[in-house]
Design a protein around this ligand. Structure first.
Ligand code: GRG
Length: 298
């Protein structure tokens, strides 16, 4: 296994996120049938400076299985669309009621609630259109649609969000918290890696290894996200901070304390990296991304 820090991943971001940004821009041009306000609302959120971790995971997983990044680009954009939809809807007054996201006013703050709901709806639908139209061959497209639908659905992203909303008042234990985040955060990390592997037509053992990596990475990402909400600053994060504590939310630092949360995230990243041993050098960038998730400050 390659021992490396986050620099390899940061170099990859430098080389490959322009590909993702250009494709997202292309996919969100739309014709005259899409009203201008809806187009602007979608582009406001989709083209805002997100970290693009999920699309990069798709490209890196495909690469680790021997497939060039361009072949996985449509699927990478599809996942980013589902993620952006979830952020737009999460920020709504009926959910987290946030004001600031990706360094910009939230979609509903800028365009009103109705347009923000529709922008999210449009992105969710478009993600599946892109997979069905552009992933080849058709049986792989079907498997990609199935995997993304499951990850976005009632037993994963939406279910995790619903469980989180019901979990007000800091009640619950570590098992409950992890169950929420396996669905709310982990499912999109896992499916990103699966889509990359499916497009590369990877064998079962490789898909399983990517999945085990994704589970551990997703949980570590969430622990760090909770820590950043306590310790980070709004201008570098591009979103509000300190909300979890104010709303007495169930979080990792609230249950474990900050030091133990940090240790748990580090242990999960070590375990995640070990899952990729069989890929050898091809997974160097994924290993480095895992390190970045642990060290990130935004
Ligand atoms: C509304 C169905 C539905 C789901 C909402 C995304 C989400 C679920 C909630 C957002 C709140 C939150 C802090 C979730 C957990 C971690 C997370 C998904 C953070 C945002 O991801 P980043 O940091 O965002 O990768 P960027 O903007 O960089 O893409």
């Amino acid at each position: 296994m390659i021992a490396c820090g986050s620099q390899l991943f940061l170099d990859y971001v430098h080389g490959n996120s322009p590909l993702v940004e250009a494709a997202l821009d292309r996919y969100s041009q739309y014709g005259d049938d899409c009203p201008p306000t809806l187009r602007q609302a979608i582009r406001h959120s989709l083209l805002a400076p997100g970290k693009r971790l999920r699309p990069l995971l798709v490209l890196l997983a495909a690469g680790a299985c021997g497939c060039p990044p361009r072949a996985a680009l449509p699927a990478a954009c599809a996942v980013e669309m589902v993620h952006t939809y979830s952020l737009i809807h999460d920020d709504l007054p009926a959910m987290d009621n946030d004001q600031y996201r990706r360094g910009r006013p939230c979609c509903h703050v800028q365009f009103g609630e109705a347009q923000a709901i529709l922008a999210g709806d449009a992105l969710l639908a478009q993600a599946f259109e892109i997979l069905a139209d552009e992933v080849q061959p058709a049986d792989v497209a079907v498997r990609c649609c199935q995997a993304l639908a499951r990850a976005a659905g009632p037993g994963a992203l939406v279910g995790g969000q619903a469980a989180d909303l019901e979990c007000a008042g800091n009640t619950g234990d570590l098992a409950r918290l992890e169950h929420i985040h396996r669905r709310k955060t982990g499912a999109l990390f896992r499916v990103s890696l699966q889509l990359g592997g499916l497009i590369a037509r990877a064998e079962r053992s490789r898909l399983d290894a990517l999945d085990a990596f994704g589970q551990k990475l997703g949980l570590a990402f969430q622990i760090i996200d909770d820590l950043l909400d306590e310790q980070g600053n709004a201008s570098s994060l591009g979103k509000s901070v300190g909300k979890d504590r104010k709303q007495a939310k169930l979080t990792f630092p609230a249950l474990l304390g900050e030091a133990r949360s940090q240790q748990r995230a580090a242990a999960l990243i070590d375990e995640a990296q070990a899952e990729l041993r069989a890929f050898g050098d091809r997974a160097g960038c994924l290993q480095s991304l895992a390190q970045y998730v642990l060290e990130r400050n935004h």
